[in-house]
Design a protein around this ligand. Structure first.
Ligand SMILES: [Cu+2]
Length: 226
């Protein structure tokens, strides 16, 4: 992928909301950064050492303290409320969409094993098949990934979908997303999990719906022939 300053294009239904929070926080922190640095430089200049100037002691200003406490407090509460809504949609207790197509993803040092639901679209049946480092799914349909780990903590991260979730040994953690655009995307491990962490990547191949059906049929035929 070509290198960019900005985020990779977001291709999930909630990518826009996640990006809004990201850019809002970036704008707030960038504004604070430039104001603080400008103030610092101004004070360094204004109160520089000059002949005959004596040190001056002050107990500060209650008014200034109230202002510089209130503004960040209000800002943090507003960001908290706005991001809470996005969090609820993406990771909330009841956020899993009904009728989603389910996949089982098991992480281990240093690969992703993806069990696809097969032609019946149901996980845990005979026509399921497992691929290493490949996740094939249809666009414009809610997807649930049931995430597990066989050894240490890993993290399922698809930047283009704006989703990241730890895979924790002993737990099955569901993750949902819906992709709006067919294409190939990177799945990376986002939790330092050992010496091979850097190469723990996989491809997510998002098909159009009818193309996905054809692809599953061809895979199932291959499984049946074995
Ligand atoms: Cu890992």
């Amino acid at each position: 992928m070509p290198w960019h300053w900005s985020l990779p294009p977001g291709v999930s239904t909630y990518a826009g909301q996640v990006d809004f929070i990201y850019y809002l926080i970036l704008a707030v922190t960038a504004t604070a950064f430039f104001i603080v640095e400008a103030g610092l430089l101004w004070f360094v200049f204004k109160y520089r050492g000059r002949p005959g100037r004596k040190a001056y002691y002050t107990h500060g200003s209650t008014k200034a303290e109230v202002v510089w406490t209130a503004i960040p407090a209000v800002t943090v509460v507003v960001i908290g409320i706005l991001s809470g809504r996005v969090w609820d949609r993406v990771k909330g207790r009841d956020s899993l969409p009904a009728g989603a197509l389910e996949f089982a993803v098991t992480a281990k040092q240093f690969e992703w094993n993806v069990t696809h639901p097969g032609q019946d679209g149901v996980l845990g049946t005979d026509d399921d098949f497992t691929l290493r480092n490949q996740l094939h799914l249809p666009a414009n349909r809610p997807i649930v990934v049931r995430l597990r780990s066989e050894d240490v903590i890993h993290s399922f991260f698809v930047p283009a979908f704006r989703i990241k979730q730890d895979a924790v040994p002993g737990m099955e953690i569901p993750v949902w997303f819906e992709v709006t655009q067919a294409g190939e995307y990177d799945l990376a491990c986002a939790e330092l999990c050992g010496l091979g962490h850097y190469r723990m990547g996989a491809r997510v191949i998002v098909h159009e719906q009818d193309e996905y059906q054809r692809w599953v049929a061809s895979q199932s035929a291959a499984v049946a022939a074995r």
